[in-house]
Write a new protein. Structure first.
Length: 257
């Protein structure tokens, strides 16, 4: 629950997200951008809060009216923190906005939930202004369709509410380029703090050392071997080629010409 920012008070969860390594990496992607932002599938509003704290005027799109993880929670958060966050209750496949309304569309763990991935991507492209950007983060990817049942069985929350899903990587990039985006930058699972969270590079390194020590019990040797950040990052880039975990996380940075 803590890792999903579902804990109360909501203001504390939102501020913790704003301070997270995940958001700091996202903020670096947004550096120099301002204006109107659409937070699609905003949930309880933690990203809307972070966008508003970063200087955007935010519209939070959330179809669920729930006071715990839906639109009512976002309204409560916006009222408490007095930030420019408006709330619209609608699905991403039918955005109730005119063409070229927003400078930024942000979607955290949204695309894999869509009932019509191609339609949702087209709608996000449509409401962006020329030069705008879609940032879609933490999307579940599978290597083959047969991996989907395994991913759903292992997901810690799917058995509670259902609705989880995952697509092949090409399915995401195809939908995004098909929507009209001129460039789609793909951030791989071990490449970005956005996808690593709640791990950081440091906690991931500690977890790797612990795992290696279980197999070959020479912890000091493993810690010394992986002490260099550069060495560890290089090893992660190699490991990326062999990472086929069902549901691993990718992020996409998409540009509208």
């Amino acid at each position: 629950m803590l890792d999903a920012f579902y804990d109360d008070p909501i203001t504390g969860a939102a501020e913790r997200y704003f301070q997270s390594t995940e958001w700091q990496a996202i903020a670096a992607l947004l550096k120099g951008r301002t204006g109107a932002a659409l937070d699609v599938g905003a949930g309880r509003g933690i990203a809307s809060y972070a966008l508003a704290r970063t200087g955007f005027t935010v519209t939070a799109l959330e179809p669920d009216a729930s006071p715990i993880v839906g639109a009512a929670a976002i309204r409560d958060l916006a009222a408490q923190v007095q930030l420019p966050i408006g709330v619209v209750e609608e699905f991403s496949e039918r955005l109730p906005f005119a063409d070229a309304t927003f400078d930024l569309v942000f979607a955290r763990a949204v695309l894999h939930h869509t009932r019509d991935l191609d339609g949702a991507c087209r709608e996000m492209f449509r409401v962006l202004r020329p030069g705008g950007m879609l940032v879609a983060v933490r999307e579940h990817v599978i290597s083959k369709e047969a991996d989907l049942p395994q991913f759903l069985a292992l997901h810690p929350l799917h058995h509670l509410y259902g609705g989880e899903h995952a697509f092949l990587l090409d399915r995401y990039t195809g939908a995004l380029t098909g929507a009209g985006f001129s460039a789609v930058d793909t951030l791989a699972p071990l490449q970005s703090p956005i996808n690593l969270f709640p791990h950081t590079l440091e906690t991931l390194r500690a977890a790797v050392v612990a795992k290696l020590t279980q197999k070959v019990p020479v912890g000091p040797v493993w810690r010394a071997a992986l002490a260099s950040r550069r060495v560890f990052v290089s090893l992660l880039s190699i490991a990326e080629r062999f990472d086929h975990r069902p549901g691993r996380l990718y992020s996409f940075v998409c540009h509208k010409a």
